[in-house]
Ligand binder design. Sequence first.
Ligand code: UDP
Ligand code: MG
Length: 315
Amino acid sequence: MDLSVVVPCFNEERGLKELREELNAVLPALVGRYEVVLVDDGSSDGTLDEARRLSSLDRRYRYLSLSRNFGKEAALLAGIREATGDRVLLMDADLQHPPWLLNDMLGLLDSGYDQVVARRDRDGEPRVRSLLSKMYYIGVNKLADVPLEDGVGDFRVLSRRAADAVLAMPESNRFSKGLFAWAGFRTVTLPYGNVTRKHGESAFSFGKLVNYGIDGVVSFNSKPLRAAIYLGSTVTLLAFVYAIYVIVSGLLGNPGVPGYATLMVGIAGFGGMQLLFLGVIGEYVGRIYFESKNRPHYFIQESGGSPHQQSALPH
Ligand code: UDP
Ligand code: MG
């Protein structure tokens, strides 16, 4: 198998037909044998029916259906595990990852790269959203140990060894952008113009994106914890110095000032800081709790199409 295309699908019934048309229009000219693995991530619309239909229509199409909505990261993992190709292409079902870019992406991979990552600009996106993401990436790159680029999503082609590297990472909290970057290997970025969604709506609400952002920071480093240590010790030291100053000036006979303001500022300041860093620590402790349960990332309730028919296998 030359290429496996992994497509996570959550309520994409209206887009899949067109996706197949577009893929079939470009792929045969680019690669020899290829397969498309559709991963239905517990959709509530007719996505599964559509996947069944496509796989009965076209032998190159296979599908997995997860037992509920596990999120895009889990769906991607399920698909990559299932992929048998020498190269693995990840793309969204909504055609926001334009198939015409595949020519260049596969060409670059063949010229000796292990990961070719498409990077979109943010044209046509709500201003606030693109501004917030820009700020986020500036911040995250200061904090995180792996470089994350704005606009770089899950539209990428991996060589077999890069795909295996990603599969070798067992963590249950999967921030795939970071996992791919952490895997390393020769990586190249290919920019393209933003494409807006044709059918349906983005599954990522603002709240989901904020949570995703927090994952991005804490999944890949413990710098926030270290910041807590530095900041905590600096503040304690300052408080200590200030206490000495108060005692000494008292001994030198200065009349006591009411000091109410300083006191309140101090209490509020320290209280706030403690809460903040308790939150940071809690974030990591929560993660340890999750990882220690070592649960499967998803369950497959149905799968179909060649090469193997299987069902109800835990993964
Ligand atoms: N997706 C998924 N599970 C989810 C949410 C999304 O498999 O819980 C899929 C979705 O079907 C699409 C891709 O992930 O193929 C990207 O989702 P979406 O287009 O909603 O995100 P956006 O393009 O707005 O980042
Ligand atoms: Mg989309």
